[in-house]
Each structure stands twice: as C-alpha cells, then as structure tokens.
Design a protein around this ligand. Structure first.
Ligand code: HEC
Length: 192
C-alpha cells in the first residue's frame, strides 16, 4: 500500500513538473512574430494608401494580410492569424478560446488597461497534444479609420460591400480594440 502511495505521489510530482514547464522562449518567439506581422501590415497598408487611397489599399489588405499570415504559418509550422469579436472576413471568426480572450481584453480595457500592451497566453493540452496559444490585442489607430471607422469614403464602402457582404468591422474609434493577432505554436514538451 505504501509503495502505491509513494508511486502516486511521485507520479503526481512528475506530472506537475511537466505542467509547470518554462515556455518563456516560445512566448518570446510568438511575441516577435506578432510584432513583425503588425509592422509588415502597417507598411503594406501605408504603401497601398499612398499608391491609390483606401480603395486600392482594400485590395492590398484583402490579399496580403491572409498571405502574410500564411507565410508565418508555413515558415514556423504554426497557426498565425487575426481575429476579432466583429469580423470583416468570416474566415477570421474567433474560436471559443479566442472569443473568451477577446472578451477579457474588452474587460481589461474597461478597467483602464492600454490595449497596445495587452497580450494573453496559455499552454493548452488537448488529445495528448500541447500548444502555446498567444494573443495580442490590436488597437485601432487613425490609419485604420479609412476602412474600419464611422465614416468611410463611398467608393471604398462599395468595394467593401462587394467583397464582404457580412462585414461587421465598421464603426470603430481610435483606441478601440479592433481585434487581435492569434498564434498557436505546437510545443515539444519533452524535458519541460
Ligand atoms: C484599406 C482598408 C483597410 C485599412 C486602412 C485597414 N484595414 Fe483592417 N481589414 C481590411 C480588410 C479588407 C480586411 C479583411 C481581410 C481579410 O479578408 O482577411 C481587414 C481585416 C482586419 C482584421 C482581421 C479581422 C477581420 O475583421 O476580419 C483586423 C484585426 C484588422 N483588419 C485590423 C486593422 C487595423 C488595426 C488597421 C489599422 C492599423 C486596419 N485594419 C486598417 C481593410 C483595411
């Protein structure tokens, strides 16, 4: 009996060590990817707007954002994307976990936290697979209002209506949380 108890206690210790692994390096790499994604998108948006205003930039954004996300996914074997509580593209709709994190970001903002610094991560274990899920809030800046604000140029609006008939991503103000970057990184738990 005592042996069984000892075995159980040891077993539990091993499990809890496995659960308390240090994933700070993985968190840092998710953070760096979100930062790079944000910078690349902003550059593409600015360049697109300079070339031909919001109407032109819609095509840039429409094609390039999913493309950039895909490049990061392929490069790292991760799942990288953007999501929101009010999506423009239904393909970006949040899953249950993402929705609860987005809701917690809204609560944190109501409590006075700056969206520009908001992030959340968790190690999720499901069906024997572990992954680090990371989200970083995306605040609405002035640049975003041309396509997500309250007053949108009529040609840009028409273009958006054609591309996204169920668009919910309108009516934002500067400082609102427009959405979040979301990254799932498979973890190698060996030795953690
Ligand atoms: C030129 C128009 C344009 C501008 C400016 C723009 N967006 Fe978007 N945004 C879009 C389009 C088009 C999509 C849909 C992309 C897709 O199909 O995945 C989108 C989608 C998004 C999404 C993904 C979630 C969703 O709603 O589908 C986020 C997050 C987002 N934009 C944030 C921003 C932020 C933050 C800014 C300012 C820095 C910004 N956007 C500026 C056109 C724009």
């Amino acid at each position: 009996m005592r042996q069984i108890v000892t075995f159980l206690v040891l077993g539990m210790a091993v499990i809890s060590i496995a659960h308390s692994g240090d994933y700070s390096a993985e968190v840092d790499s998710s953070r760096a990817t979100a930062r790079e994604f944000m910078q690349t998108l902003k550059q593409e948006l600015l360049a697109g707007m300079q070339d031909g205003g919001p109407v032109n930039a819609i095509s840039v954004c429409n094609l390039s954002a999913p493309g950039i996300a895909n490049t990061y996914s392929v490069r790292n074997g991760w799942d990288v994307g953007r999501t929101s509580l009010k999506v423009r593209n239904p393909a970006n709709a949040p899953d249950t976990w993402e929705r609860s994190v987005l809701e917690s970001f809204e609560e944190r903002r109501r409590a006075g936290e700056d969206p520009a610094k908001m992030e959340h991560y968790e190690v999720i274990r499901q069906d024997g697979i572990s992954e680090l899920r990371y989200m970083k809030a995306i605040p609405t800046a002035r640049l975003c209002l041309a396509c997500h604000g309250e007053q949108i140029d009529s040609t840009a609006r028409e273009r958006l209506e054609i591309l996204y008939p169920n668009d919910q991503a309108l009516g934002y103000k500067i400082g609102d949380i427009r959405g979040a970057f979301s990254i799932s990184q498979p973890l190698d738990t060996a030795g953690k």
